[in-house]
Design a protein. Sequence first.
Length: 208
Amino acid sequence: MSEPRINDRIRVPEVRLVGPNGEQVGIVRVEDALRLADEAGLDLVEVAPTARPPVCKLMDFGKFKYESDMKAREARKNQSNTILKEIRFRLKIDPHDYGTKKGHVERFLKAGDKVKVMIMFRGREQSRPEMGFRLLQRLAEDVSDLGSVESSPRQDGRNMVMVIGPHKKKAEAKAEERRRKDSAEQAAAVPSADGEGSQPDEAAATAS
């Protein structure tokens, strides 16, 4: 997005002028608008170039640009850079493997990522799609405290696919992880009472 025209770059006969606090000044010659800007120590900024006449506002353009850049940076920082992770199940999965794979799904959701869960059917298993559906439903219920189904189970050739989305956004998950790390570091930095008390005893033993 290009920057708005300011001050002498505004080359139209007249403008609809808005004051620094949003007050409507009205339609004035551009020379008068520039003079008012100069007297107030502000810039004349074109905020609606396609209007007839163009709308201009008196403002501190440097401050405005800085605040706009900061807002854009904060928006980029907080945007959800969600990644779609994928994990595959077999229809006949034993309890241990199920628990392991469920743990992976939970870890992905805690990190704020979506998870594409895929069941791969072998041979005659394709004639039992209801078993795959029940397995995916079971998984969705088991991780319901961390995420919810965004795309219901559907047959896709030899596979059945479901997408689970996290309750927490990526930025929230990252912020929570940072807080946990900070708390752990602070706890590790505090010396224990036992450690402090043991040093004089050792010194006394050495002296004796």
